[in-house]
Design a protein around this ligand. Structure first.
Ligand SMILES: *[C@@H]1O[C@H](CO)[C@@H](O)[C@H](O)[C@H]1NC(C)=O
Ligand SMILES: *[C@@H]1O[C@H](CO)[C@@H](O)[C@H](O)[C@H]1NC(C)=O
Ligand SMILES: *[C@@H]1O[C@H](CO)[C@@H](O)[C@H](O)[C@H]1NC(C)=O
Ligand SMILES: *[C@@H]1O[C@H](CO)[C@@H](O)[C@H](O)[C@H]1NC(C)=O
Ligand SMILES: *[C@@H]1O[C@H](CO)[C@@H](O)[C@H](O)[C@H]1NC(C)=O
Length: 494
């Protein structure tokens, strides 16, 4: 996760239109008090625009009629998810009531976001001689010295993993950010000098053994089945430098392609149902590059799926085509930004889901640094012993997606880049940022007798969250709704 620095720089201007000081749904124990940070789209507006003009320019699609095409089926969706790692490591030590509140807010299917996927970090574990990392990033490894495993390590992140599963999260992925420090050249899981490759290839078997041993132990002793294991994290990046504040390791393509077949073989020998995901590159374009390279050498056959972060890059269509060609599913395994309204995230989800057609879409952290704008929930994660937290508007705008676009849905295409449509058990669900008077034409579902549309919306700058707006009639396969500007609306059609 390196998008942090990048986006904070681009999001310095304050969104002065509204100060949020009331939350309608009453989600948690703490009422947030942040100003909304700026959705960068709003910088397009001129200083003499009214708020409404500005929001219209930014958010309202030009189309007044949105066609939903029943015949243009896209991917089957397995759900939205989140990365555990840092926040779970910290908040998993909070008093039990607080931990449970956070787990409910994120994973509960009735009253929370209802996320269905979690990614668990298998920590490398830092050299005890070094103290570079932020408090929240100092996760202990399971093999602190060669050959000696400590299964009591990382209890707090594990608590969140179990809490997620208890609340119905169906899909778990394990991931590594760095091999244990004693397998690296620099002797630190923070990286190599100048971001040079830091994994000592002489430890190739030991690194794979470490990961497989942990995944197998979780399977046999903790009753956790990781469907996939990801051994890299933004491996081509050059910012994993010695003395960095988090675990990270540059691992070049050649080394990746030495490690993947070893992992494939050892997972089979271990007789566990875990398959391989790779390579969690930072950008869409890097992932395209990696997929083409894996395909050329044939290593792609050892993967079950490809993971990408979407912090940067824009060659979505090309990556999607390549994925169809290599016949592997794609996950968006990380994305995030510092716009706490969630509107920038909402537009990004629309683009990712329509153009990349991922099976799973994961936001970076469930709880992030207070005031950063990054978290659906926020807390002072580096402040040991302070477990107070609050929900940001992003919690609600993200919730318009996670609560309504359920696992098992199949997406169908729409004529509007700001409208997603998905069908599950005959129910058609739309999530849209379109606004003004918009007609949704669902007449292509010719054998469905759709009659009513229930509408909810979140409009962060107005202090409106999961508001149920009402139920509207569908007539002759069409429903016309007056939707708010700069919000996210969910429409359930039955
Ligand atoms: C919210 O922020 C305002 C202005 O910074 C401050 O006066 C007020 O006490 C804060 N309220 C809470 C509940 O923290
Ligand atoms: C609004 O501002 C733009 C440039 O920012 C200017 O071209 C335009 O004339 C202004 N309109 C009014 C009504 O002041
Ligand atoms: C193991 O996990 C499965 C799936 O989550 C669950 O159904 C089962 O009850 C668990 N078994 C034990 C012994 O906890
Ligand atoms: C993948 O490799 C196969 C076999 O070499 C080749 O035919 C195909 O065009 C490649 N696909 C892409 C997207 O490069
Ligand atoms: C939207 O439709 C309502 C009535 O259905 C009307 O009162 C309103 O003026 C319309 N708004 C716009 C922007 O056309």
């Amino acid at each position: 996760m390196a998008g942090y620095k990048l986006s904070i720089v681009s999001l310095v201007i304050l969104y002065l239109f509204a100060v949020v000081n009331a939350y309608k749904l009453n989600p948690g124990p703490y009422v947030g008090n942040d100003s909304l940070t700026l959705d960068p789209c709003l910088s397009k507006c001129s200083s003499n625009d009214t708020i409404n003009d500005c929001n219209h320019k930014c958010h309202c699609a030009v189309q007044e009629t949105v066609m939903i095409d029943a015949t243009a089926k896209q991917q089957k969706f397995h759900g939205f998810g989140i990365n555990l790692a840092w926040f779970a490591f910290v908040m998993g030590r909070a008093p039990e009531t607080v931990r449970n509140q956070i787990a409910d807010l994120l994973f509960d299917k009735e009253n929370g976001l209802g996320l269905n996927v979690v990614r668990y970090e298998i920590p490398g574990g830092e050299n005890p001689r070094f103290f570079f990392m932020h408090e929240r990033e100092r996760l202990p490894g399971y093999e602190p010295v060669p050959g000696v495993y400590d299964w009591s390590a990382d209890e707090s992140q594990r608590w969140f993993l179990m809490a997620a599963i208890q609340r119905g999260v169906e899909i778990q992925e394990a991931m590594a950010y760095s091999p244990p420090y004693w397998m690296t050249y620099s002797g630190s899981t923070t990286g190599g000098p100048k971001g040079y490759p830091n994994f000592n290839i002489n430890y190739k078997d030991q690194f794979v053994d470490y990961l497989v041993t942990v995944v197998k132990h979780f399977y046999e002793h903790f009753n956790v089945t990781f469907s996939t294991l990801e051994m890299f994290n933004e491996p081509l990046a050059d910012y994993w430098t010695f003395g960095n504040r988090q675990e990270g390791c540059h691992i070049g393509l050649d080394t990746q392609q030495i490690l993947i077949p070893i992992l494939h073989k050892k997972l089979q020998e271990a007789n566990i149902p875990t398959k391989i995901a790779a390579a969690d590159d930072y950008s869409i374009d890097q992932t395209l590059f990696t997929v083409l390279a894996y395909n050329e050498t044939g290593i792609i056959r050892d993967l079950h799926q490809v993971n990408t972060h979407t912090y940067a890059g824009n060659r979505r269509a090309q990556l999607h085509e390549a994925m169809l060609d290599v016949k592997k599913p794609l996950w968006v395994s990380e994305y995030g930004n510092g716009d706490n309204s969630g509107l920038l995230t909402a537009r990004h989800i629309m683009k990712d889901i329509q153009k990349l057609e991922p099976e799973v879409w994961c936001y970076w952290q469930g709880v992030d640094m207070a005031g950063s704008g990054w978290g659906p929930l926020e807390a002072n994660l580096n402040n040991v012993g302070d477990y107070s937290f609050y929900a940001t508007p992003k919690y609600y705008t993200f919730g318009q997606f996670t609560r309504f676009l359920k696992p098992g849905s199949t997406f169908v295409s729409t004529s509007d880049p700001l409208t997603l449509a998905a069908i599950r058990d005959d129910t058609l669900t739309l999530v849209t940022m379109n606004c003004g008077n918009v007609t949704f034409d669902v007449s292509s579902f010719s054998n469905m007798k759709y009659q009513e549309a229930q509408v909810w919306y979140s409009v962060p700058w107005k202090g409106l969250y999961f508001d149920k707006v009402g139920t509207f009639l569908v007539e002759d396969g069409k429903v016309t709704l007056n939707l708010p500007v700069a919000g996210v609306s969910s429409i359930v059609i039955q």
